[in-house]
Design a protein around this ligand. Structure first.
Ligand SMILES: *Cc1c(COP(=O)(O)O)cnc(C)c1O
Length: 428
């Protein structure tokens, strides 16, 4: 399988090159040349197929011959070695819990798969790879955990000092070894700008092999299909496929679901559940795509004003607006509605949602009110304890759960100054 750049001004590459480069040289996102279709037998039998086998069957065509079968099976097995249950909340709505991995958010799946692929590819190279990533919270932890102790790979994470939750900070600053956390005295945009400058710096990239681990990398995007198939395996009413509500920010997660659907996975309808950052919600109403500055909300991992993966969704629907509108709806949910939803679902169903899952829940509930013969599930993208400050205030109860810390916090404090970053990268 080869990948082309959606900007169409770069050569096609295989999975290995797409993973190592992250983004195509013409700054486009990589997209598979064809989308594999799984046979009817696979879907009819899915209840009898192990998760590891399902995931392997889904990903193998995308990886092609760049990783040998035994190695790829090991990578898949390690990626999903925690539960991914579909839990009933009430009669109409279930929750696909994606937060049982090491950093308690769904990004573990993509980060674990990508880190292992890159680890495999870097074995064949003499040069060390440096993964450079800016984070507003969840990506940092997942990437740190996924790449911890992977030989041949150094990880440098930039995060805004004082602007991530305690749990998020612990997850990226206590590991040590090949994981370096830079605490930047600025905001997320400052971190992002430094990272972008580094990737555009020819002098630096001649000396260091830099790559990015954000969600545009195909090795993070594609494995996110796995749990949509696991959900179908657990879905009881096979005659009536689910409506799936996906809390969305950069739109990588929902885009993986749409890809799975193209490969034959039965899905009645998708909902892109957004917070106040409503670029896509507006697009579906007006057909006009107008990126804007992100605004801060309770569901901060979805505070994105210009979702990178949206172009992949357009490509999946061959830019046919009516087809897209048929399959996807989108809602924009306020923080007040998010709070009220966490409260209500906890009181009525004894199920504790995190703010991102709550945005997904209310969007699905509203949709089902208009489509009463349907049922569905949300993707619960993070454990509520990751956002315990806001969630405990809403319910008035403490979340009893210990979040494992690995040791003392270790960071390098830095001004948002490019020279300081380069010095650090060159001597680390
Ligand atoms: C990253 C993240 C999202 C958004 O996912 P996208 O793939 O960027 O749309 C939603 N919820 C949580 C908890 C996240 O960490």
């Amino acid at each position: 399988m080869n990948y082309f750049s959606l900007n169409k001004k770069a050569p096609n590459v295989d999975f290995k090159t797409a993973t190592i480069l992250g983004q195509a040289p013409d700054k486009g996102l990589y997209f598979p040349e064809r989308i594999p279709v799984l046979d009817a037998d696979f879907f009819n039998n899915i209840e009898n197929i192990s998760n590891e086998e399902i995931a392997y069957k889904v990903i193998a065509p995308y990886v092609g011959n760049t990783i040998p079968e035994a190695e790829l099976r090991r990578i898949v097995k390690e990626t999903i070695d925690f539960p991914l249950p579909l839990v009933t909340i009430n009669e109409n709505i279930s929750s696909l819990e994606l937060f049982h991995g090491p950093t308690l958010a769904f990004k573990d799946i993509g980060a674990r798969f990508m880190s292992r692929c890159l680890g495999y590819f870097s074995k064949e190279r003499s040069e060390k790879v440096t993964v450079l990533v800016a984070t507003s919270g969840d990506t940092g932890g997942a990437v740190a955990n996924g790449f911890y102790d992977v030989p041949g790979v150094e990880v440098v994470i930039l995060y805004p000092s004082g602007k991530v939750s305690d749990v998020q900070e612990k997850q990226m600053t206590t590991l040590g070894k090949n994981i370096h956390a830079l605490e930047i005295s600025g905001n997320f945009d400052d971190c992002q700008a430094l990272v972008k400058q580094a990737f555009a710096d020819d002098d630096l990239t001649k000396k260091l092999f830099l790559t990015s681990a954000n969600s545009i990398n195909v090795a993070r995007w594609l494995p996110q299909q796995f749990y949509y198939f696991f959900a179908w395996k657990q879905w009881a009413d096979k005659k009536n496929p689910p409506v799936i509500s996906v809390p969305s920010g950069n739109f990588g997660n929902i885009c993986a679901g749409l890809l799975a659907h193209k490969s034959g996975l039965p899905v009645k309808h998708f909902i892109a559940a957004c917070n106040a950052n409503d670029v896509v919600t507006r697009f579906l109403q007006t057909e006009k795509y107008e990126p804007r500055q992100a605004v801060a909300t309770l569901s901060n991992a979805m505070d994105v004003g210009s979702p990178s993966n949206f172009v992949r969704i357009l490509e999946l629907f061959q830019h046919k607006f009516t087809d897209l509108k048929d399959k996807i709806s989108s809602t924009s949910i306020t923080d007040d509605e998010t709070v009220a939803t966490i409260k209500k679902v906890y009181a009525t169903d004894k199920y504790l949602l995190d703010p991102h899952g709550a945005v997904g829940y209310i969007s699905l509930e509203q949709y089902l009110q208009q489509h009463s013969s349907d049922k569905g599930f949300i993707l619960e993208t993070a454990h509520p304890v990751k956002f315990n400050d806001s969630v405990e205030k809403i319910t008035g109860e403490k979340i009893n759960m210990d979040v494992p810390a690995n040791g003392p916090k270790k960071t390098v404090k830095m001004n948002p100054d490019y020279k300081e970053l380069v010095e650090f990268l060159e001597k680390k």
